[in-house]
Design a protein around this ligand. Structure first.
Ligand SMILES: [Ca+2]
Ligand SMILES: [Ca+2]
Length: 233
């Protein structure tokens, strides 16, 4: 009985601390961002330092400067689309986003995004918004695991799709112009919005980016792990 009582007291004290930590740190907190075709960002996710770069063999992908538009980068949680819990899991208000513009060059994986963690991260969640004609190809990521769509707006052949190791828009020719504060559309012509869990343990992510359409803009971010809700089935 004494042991049980001690454990109960310990858990009562611990649970609020865990909740507070998780609520704050589940999303990528970007602290610095360099826009451009040789762009970079750095930040913290769940206590682990994160650094990201983009490089293009034929400039096709450019990280966006900080702003409030659809494809801009943010560091203050102002891009509210990621906070809609019916589409994202975890839904992450308060985090940073890496915005981009992508121009057509017709080359497969002409740009590469590399995201490096200071310590191994278990099953991070890659989150996308406004994705149309620029698929993300994770086949070069070391130790690839299964991908699982946790939430998302994919249905009826449009919106988010995962095909093998590629995250894409089901119909890359259709998009939407809903503002960053609006809930992502889940029907009709639309871009892709969703959380995709990368199952496994990763020290880095290598993502090939193609652009065979007419160009794209949007954003991505990361969460430390799934915390609840969607995708359990
Ligand atoms: Ca877009
Ligand atoms: Ca579409």
């Amino acid at each position: 009985m004494k042991l049980s009582l001690k454990l109960d007291i310990g858990l009562v004290a611990l649970v609020p601390m865990l909740l507070a930590t998780q609520a704050h740190a589940a999303c990528l907190d970007i602290t610095a961002l360099t826009p451009g075709t040789v762009g970079a960002f750095s930040g913290v996710i769940d206590g682990v330092a994160v650094s990201g770069t983009v490089s293009s063999t034929n400039p096709s992908l450019s990280f966006s400067q900080l702003g409030s538009g659809h494809g801009d980068s943010t560091i203050d949680g102002s891009f509210a689309k990621y906070s809609y819990c019916s589409v994202y899991s975890p839904c992450t208000p308060g985090g940073g986003t890496v915005g981009y513009t992508s121009s057509r060059n017709g080359l497969a994986n002409a740009a590469t995004i590399v995201i490096t963690f200071s310590a191994p991260v278990v099953s991070p969640v890659f989150q996308v918004a406004g994705l149309d004609s620029m698929p993300y190809d994770f086949s070069a990521t070391a130790g690839p695991g299964a991908r699982l769509v946790l939430g998302g707006n994919g249905a009826g052949g449009d919106g988010l799709q995962v095909v093998g190791s590629v995250i894409k828009d089901g119909d890359p020719l259709t998009s939407d112009v809903t503002p960053p504060s609006a809930m992502p559309p889940t029907a009709g012509a639309r871009s892709a919005y969703s959380s995709v869990e990368l199952v496994g343990t990763f020290s880095s992510l290598t993502i090939g980016v193609s652009q065979n359409g007419n160009g794209d803009s949007g954003s991505f971010t990361l969460s430390a792990a799934r915390v609840s809700g969607l995708g359990s089935a």
